[in-house]
Design a binder for this molecule. Structure first.
Ligand code: 5GP
Length: 190
């Protein structure tokens, strides 16, 4: 049986770096392509980064209950279709990155999904990292921190938490965890 791993964590926690590293170490993970209503950016290709659809099309899909999860970010809708997810799971193990709300929605539809939360050592440390990165306005920093607080609270419902204090250590912990989750699933089959 294929394993479904969902990784979430607040903005600024370093999850992109961790996930890139995990994808490099486990290149066979399938990635279902999500749907979005956001305008295409330079370099985007329909069906590669996302399936780009109109708000009307997205809402129609939602009303037909075609999404395993969906959410709104910065006035754009994003969603993982049930069919894409099921097809990816038929092809192999799946690892996706989602916000906390999306991860919990998936868990309610796919209870066997393994939810991993990447946590900062503390909110103060997260604030320091976001400020050091220097990409965000004061207002955006406050929004991100308020959201992070809610996400950290919701992470109690996750299966695993990895604290990203030291990047190298977090990569090692996440690698060992992913390896165990894959191995555990294969052993059940024996
Ligand atoms: P971007 O438009 O920059 O590619 O992504 C913006 C945000 O949308 C990111 O926070 C990303 O995690 C989130 N996102 C991307 N795809 C999905 C999805 O399928 N479902 C949900 N819930 N969020 C997504």
């Amino acid at each position: 049986m294929s394993v479904l791993i969902i990784i979430s964590g607040p903005s600024g926690v370093g999850k992109e770096t961790l996930i890139t590293e995990i994808r490099r170490k486990f290149p066979l993970f399938q990635i279902p392509v999500s749907y979005t209503t956001r305008p295409m950016r330079e370099g985007d290709q329909n069906g590669v980064q996302y399936h780009f659809v109109t708000r009307g099309e997205f809402e129609r899909m939602k009303s037909l209950d075609l999404f395993a999860e969906s959410d709104e970010h910065f006035n754009n809708l994003y969603g993982t279709s049930k069919i894409s997810l099921e097809k990816a799971l038929e092809s192999g193990d799946v690892l996706i990155e989602l916000d906390v709300s999306g991860a919990l929605q998936i868990k309610s539809k796919f209870p066997e999904a393994k939810l991993i939360f990447i946590s900062p050592p503390s909110l103060d440390e997260l604030e320091k990292r976001i400020r050091t990165r220097g990409k965000d306005s004061e207002e955006s920093i406050r929004t991100r921190l308020a959201r992070a607080e809610i996400e950290i609270e919701a992470s109690k419902k996750f299966n695993h938490i990895i604290v990203n204090d030291n990047l190298e250590q977090a990569v090692a912990e996440l690698t060992a965890l992913v390896q165990n989750l894959l191995k555990g699933a294969k052993e059940v089959l024996k």
